[in-house]
Write a protein that binds this ligand. Structure first.
Ligand code: ADP
Length: 395
C-alpha cells in the first residue's frame, strides 16, 4: 500500500509516506507511548506538518511492531537502561517503510525519565540485503541438509557394496578352492594317459583326449586367476623379489608359448638391445604377467599374424621395458578404458577367442603395480595392440 498523506493513509502506511520525504523521523512519546511531538530532520519540502503523526496519537499506531518490544521500552522508561536499540525491524510488505531501524533515548527532567525520544530510520536497502542474506542462508542450510542426506545414502550404499564385495570374494575363493582338488585329479589322469601307449585309440578318441586336456588347462588357469583375485583383495600376495635377467625371462616366456604360436602359424620375433638391465621381480609373478600378455597376443591375433617382443632399458630411468606388439583384432576405442577391469572382455574378443574370462589383465595390472612398475597399452581396432610393461631395474 502506498501512503501519500496522513489523511488518506492507513497508519501502517504513514511511515512509508514520511520516509518518502526524509529517511528519518523523530518522535517524543510519554510512558504510555502517546506522541507529544514529532519532526523530520533534513526534510526537503520542509513544511508539510500535517504529514507528521498527530500529537496525542499512539506510537503503536505508527509502528504496531513496537508492541513486541514493550518490556524493553518499559526498561527505558524505568531508567534501567541508558538507551534502546531495537535494531532493524522487518514489517509486512509496506512500500517505503519495509525495514525500520528503531532506537530510543530517555528525555530526563529533574532526574526522572519524563519521556523518550524515538528515532525511526528508513533501513530499506540494508534490510533488503539482510533479507537476501537470510534467504541465501536458508537455501544454504537446505542444501547442506540435502547434501548430508545424499552423503548418508552414499555411505549406506558404499557399505552395502563393501558387504556384497566381501560376499563375492568369499564365494569366488570358496568356489576356486572347491574346484582345485577335482581339477588336480583330472589333470593327473590326463598326464597318466599321456604316458600310456595311445596307439590303440581311434583318431577321434585321441582328438577328444586332447580337447579334454586343453579344457582342463583352461579350467586350471581360471581357478588360479580366481584365487589370485581373492589374494590380491586380501593383500595376501607376497613377492619373492630377486634380481632377474629380463632377456632370459622373456625368452623363457616365449619358448613356453612357442607350441601355441606354431599351431596358429604365427611369427614371433624377439628383439633386445645389447645391454638389457636386470630387474627386481618375483620370477613366478613376472612370468605370469609376460605369459598373460603373450597369450593374449596369441589369442587375439588371427593365424599367420605376427607378434613382436622387445625388451630394453627405459632411457634415463631405472626401469626395464617389455613391449609386446601384435597384428591382431585390436581393441575398440570406446572400450579401452575398461580393459583392466575384472571380468571385462571387449565386444570383439569372443569372435577371436571364446576362452577368456577377462581376469588376466586385471591381475597382471595389479601384479605389476605391486612390483612398482606400470602396465599400459596402445591399440586401434583391427590394427593390432601393443602392451607395455615396466619393472624396476636392479641398477
Ligand atoms: P581374457 O581372458 O578375456 O583374455 P584378459 O583380462 O587377459 O582376459 O583380457 C581382457 C580383454 O582385453 C580381452 O577379453 C580382450 O577383449 C582384450 N584384449 C587383451 N589383450 C588383447 C590383445 N592383444 N588384442 C586385442 N584385445 C585384447
Amino acid at each position: 500500500m502506498t501512503a501519500t498523506s496522513l489523511f488518506d493513509a492507513e497508519y501502517d502506511g504513514l511511515l512509508g509516506a514520511l520516509f518518502a520525504a526524509s529517511p528519518a523521523l523523530l518522535v517524543i512519546a510519554d510512558g504510555d507511548l502517546v506522541i507529544q511531538e514529532s519532526w523530520q530532520p533534513c526534510r526537503a519540502d520542509s513544511m508539510r506538518p500535517q504529514n507528521l503523526p498527530e500529537t496525542g496519537s499512539s506510537m503503536e499506531a505508527l509502528l504496531p511492531e513496537l508492541a513486541d518490544h514493550r518490556a524493553e521500552v518499559a526498561e527505558l522508561f524505568a531508567g534501567r537502561v541508558p538507551s534502546l536499540n531495537l535494531g532493524i525491524i522487518g514489517r509486512p510488505v509496506i512500500e517505503g517503510a519495509r525495514w525500520v531501524w528503531v532506537r530510543a533515548a530517555p528525555v530526563m527532567e529533574d532526574g526522572e525519565v519524563r519521556a523518550a525520544l524515538f528515532a525511526l530510520e528508513d533501513a530499506g536497502a540494508l534490510g533488503d540485503r539482510i533479507e537476501r542474506l537470510e534467504k541465501q542462508r536458508r537455501e544454504l542450510f537446505e542444501m547442506r541438509m540435502k547434501m548430508a542426506q545424499v552423503n548418508l545414502e552414499l555411505a549406506l550404499a558404499q557399505s552395502e557394496v563393501a558387504r556384497l564385495d566381501e560376499a563375492k570374494s568369499q564365494f569366488v575363493s570358496a568356489a576356486a578352492h572347491e574346484l582345485r582338488n577335482p581339477l588336480a585329479s583330472l589333470m593327473g589322469f590326463i598326464e597318466l594317459f599321456g604316458d600310456e601307449d595311445t596307439s590303440n585309440l581311434r583318431e577321434s578318441q585321441r582328438h577328444y583326449l586332447e580337447k579334454i586336456g586343453r579344457s582342463a588347462q583352461r579350467l586350471r588357469l581360471l581357478t588360479n586367476n580366481m584365487l589370485d583375485i581373492t589374494r590380491l583383495d586380501a593383500h595376501r600376495i607376497e613377492l619373492q623379489l630377486q634380481p632377474l635377467d629380463a632377456l632370459d625371462l622373456v625368452e623363457q616366456a616365449v619358448s613356453e608359448m612357442q607350441p601355441l604360436f606354431d599351431l596358429k602359424k604365427q611369427r614371433i620375433v624377439l628383439k633386445a638391445e645389447p645391454l638389457v638391465p636386470r630387474i627386481w621381480a618375483d620370477r613366478t609373478r613376472a612370468m605370469q604377467v609376460l605369459g598373460n600378455l603373450l597369450s593374449n597376443a596369441h589369442k587375439y591375433t588371427p593365424p599367420v599374424g605376427s607378434i613382436t617382443v622387445q625388451v630394453n632399458r627405459v632411457k634415463g630411468q631405472p626401469f626395464a621395458l617389455f613391449r609386446i606388439k601384435d597384428t591382431g583384432i585390436g581393441i575398440p576405442a570406446d572400450e579401452q578404458y575398461k580393459i583392466f577391469t575384472r571380468f571385462f572382455r571387449a565386444s570383439n574378443a569372443g569372435v577371436a577367442d571364446g576362452s577368456g574370462a577377462g581376469l588376466g589383465l586385471a591381475i597382471s595390472h595389479s601384479l605389476v603395480q605391486l612390483h612398482g612398475g606400470k602396465l599400459w597399452f596402445e591399440s586401434k581396432l583391427g590394427k593390432g595392440a601393443t602392451f607395455f610393461v615396466t619393472f624396476p631395474a636392479v641398477n
